[in-house]
Design a protein around this ligand. Structure first.
Ligand code: CP
Length: 312
């Protein structure tokens, strides 16, 4: 069905629906309620050129829950990259030591590039301000688990829509499912024109606003994002914009919606929201495990997958 996971744009709706069904089967294994050795003897190679908590650790957990093992690095300072080894050569090495590669890199296109170099499956764990397709799959899974559907949902994407790779991937996927979208951001952090153009070209009605109040009564999902400080060329511009949106208890109280966030959060969501029924972000982060288990199993054990393969 697929050999790599590079961009959500490479996936058809039926591919995504298949992965989400597989992920649901993984939930008891992800929580440790059941055990699996489906990937025993297999090794996942991790190349993290940018910091990560959830993506890296949930991939590691997913691989280990399936009976496999993990090698790799999360700190390039401890690798031969500091001696000048190229990305391609480093990827070649990881491909010799592992059965699939997960890469996070600051450069857009890095995952696609190494997928052309190595002969094992490559998973994009975030490439600069480009894409974060496995985050999108777990975001969709969260919506599906909570609402039982994705298609007719009304989703507001809030915050840094310019540099936030999670919202770039998610917007394309929501379009495939026919969900309606509102984009809420400061003018300088608008969703890139090329993405808006693609969405409108696909027949999606896109509403853009700077004010959360314009849309909050019309949405099922508030998808809040962090302002991506590390991608601002001008730190003063970041200081002017930080704190543009803040969700607290009064923002969501009595509202029939869920609050999602790819995390990490800085100050966009007050901790008082965490205990409210609308708060979905920690559950969302857990769903990274079953979704990534499903992907690893399909990519490594089946190289294409079939719905009836054995899990245990
Ligand atoms: N959502 C996400 O990508 O989190 P990390 O940066 O911690 O991996």
């Amino acid at each position: 069905m697929f050999e790599n996971v590079i961009s959500i744009k490479d996936f058809k709706r039926e591919d995504i629906e298949f992965i989400l069904r597989e992920a649901e089967k993984m939930e008891p294994f992800a929580s440790g309620e059941k055990s699996s050795s489906a990937l025993r003897g297999k090794i996942l190679g991790m190349m993290f050129y940018e910091p990560s908590t959830r993506t890296r650790l949930s991939f590691e957990t997913a691989m280990k829950r399936l009976g496999g093992d993990v090698v790799g690095f999360a700190d390039t300072g401890a690798t031969s990259a500091v001696k000048g080894e190229s990305l391609a050569d480093t990827a070649m090495m990881l491909s010799a030591y592992s059965d699939a590669i997960v890469i996070r890199h600051n450069l857009e296109g890095a995952a696609r590039y190494i997928s052309d170099v190595v002969d094992v499956p490559v998973i994009n764990a975030g490439d600069g301000a480009g894409q974060h397709p496995t985050q999108t799959l777990l975001d969709l899974y969260t919506m599906k688990r909570f609402f039982g559907r994705i298609g007719s949902l009304r989703v507001a994407l809030v915050g840094d829509l310019k540099y936030g790779r999670t919202v770039h991937s998610l917007a394309y996927a929501l379009a495939v499912f026919g969900a309606s979208m509102s984009f809420v951001s400061p003018p300088v952090l608008r969703m890139p024109d090329n993405i808006i153009h693609d969405l409108r070209g696909a027949g999606v009605e896109v509403k853009e606003t700077e004010r959360l109040d314009d849309v909050i009564d019309e949405v099922d999902v508030l998808y809040v994002t962090r302002i991506q400080k590390e991608r601002f060329p001008d730190p003063e511009e970041y200081s002017r914009i930080r704190g543009a949106y803040h969700i607290d208890g009064s923002t969501v109280a009595d509202r029939d919606l869920i609050v999602m966030h790819p995390l990490p959060r800085i100050d966009e969501i007050s901790p008082e929201v965490d205990s409210l029924p609308q708060a979905m972000y920690f559950r969302q982060a857990f769903y990274g495990v079953p979704v990534r288990m499903a992907l690893l199993r399909l990519l490594i054990s089946e190289r294409g997958g079939s719905e009836n393969q054995k899990i245990v």
